[in-house]
Ligand binder design. Structure first.
Ligand code: ASP
Length: 334
């Protein structure tokens, strides 16, 4: 059994105590379960334990694939399917509600070995949107499919579909009612960010024994979102990116900013063009560029040498990473 540690006092959101390494571990895996106003004082011990257990279980699932020589892509898919099926997170079962009380899911997937990618937006009946994003990448000539067409493709590909009610959870429904209440009491502005202090997207980046990187992200988006709104999660280069030459990235936060600042690709570009380390690049984008712009959230990222970065500028981010003999799981900043 690997040593497990719940760290909560870590100011730096990279691997604790680790300098950038140029010797690659056999495999590496990093995950997130969303960023936002996640504070210790608002969390019950039971809830904290449930999130910690789920994050550890996700790492177990990914490590098992990678330890047995499975591909980074298989690890990313298996981990995200688990997180989508876990109602604690805002992806798959547990997705947040739109303003009109629906669940519209977005996901994307990228193979760092080939830079092939697949993405889906606004799907309502696909049990595991991450599987569909991978199918778009592998079995279509397109990169992104949305709405009804994406759902038809899911059926053609033999993926599990469910009635929309499958995605209902009382907690997310109550969250929508609170958001609508708050909105009615304030300016009435159509900004979901101000109506939901927690995000909750899930993501995973993996490096396998062959040195290949893959990344994926899946989300219900933001509580109280309007009219076909699509966030950054299914946008390649914004919410997800993977390139063996630099890094893999999965993002979580206020998607409109992550799209406008092309966050995931910007981190890879800073490494590619400016020679920054993974930590420097991720830190610059999340803690400088996004902070200056007012974009709340964070990323998980992994480079070809298995270095891990998990910066976030919000109060907390559900996160964790694992390598042979090493594991950390965290929730809060301070
Ligand atoms: N980035 C997601 C979106 O804007 C939300 C999240 O990360 O929770 O749709």
């Amino acid at each position: 059994m690997l040593a497990m540690m719940l760290f909560s006092g870590c100011k730096q959101s990279n691997e604790t105590g680790a300098a950038a390494s140029s010797s690659r571990p056999e495999y590496a895996l990093v995950i997130h379960g969303g960023a936002g106003t996640i504070r210790r004082e608002d969390m019950s011990p039971e809830k904290e334990a449930a999130y910690t257990a789920a994050l550890n279980q996700a790492l177990d699932i990914g490590e098992e694939v990678l330890r047995n020589g499975g591909s980074a892509m298989d690890a990313v898919e298996a981990v995200i399917v688990f997180l989508e099926d876990t109602p604690l997170f805002n992806a798959g079962k547990g997705a947040v509600f739109t303003n009109d009380g629906r669940n519209e899911l977005d996901a994307s997937f990228m193979n760092g070995a080939t830079r092939e990618a697949g993405a889906v937006a606004g799907v309502t009946i696909v049990k595991n949107p991450i599987r569909l994003a991978r199918k778009v990448m592998e079995n279509s000539v397109h990169v992104m499919m949305a709405g009804k067409g994406a759902e038809l493709f899911a059926k053609e590909q033999g993926l599990d579909t469910v009635p929309p009610e499958y995605f209902f959870t009382q907690e997310r429904w109550d969250g929508l009612q609170r958001a609508i209440d708050r909105e009615n009491k304030s300016t009435g502005a159509l900004d979901p960010a101000h109506n939901d202090s927690k995000f909750g997207t899930v993501g995973c980046v993996a490096l396998d024994k062959s040195g290949n990187i893959a990344a994926g992200t899946s989300t219900g988006g933001m509580t109280n979102k309007r009219y076909g709104r699509v966030g950054d999660a299914p946008i390649i280069g914004a919410g997800t990116y993977a390139d063996n030459a630099t890094c893999g990235v999965s993002a979580t936060g206020h998607g409109e900013f992550f799209i406008r600042y092309t966050v995931a690709r910007d981190i890879a570009a800073l490494m590619e063009y400016k020679g920054l380390s993974l930590n420097e690049a991720a830190d610059m984008v999340v803690n400088k560029k996004l902070v200056e712009a007012g974009g709340e959230g964070g990323v998980i990222a992994l480079d070809r040498n298995g270095n891990v970065a998990m910066p976030f500028n919000s109060a907390g981010m559900y996160r964790g990473y694992a390598k042979p003999g090493k594991r950390e799981v965290g929730i809060y900043k301070e």
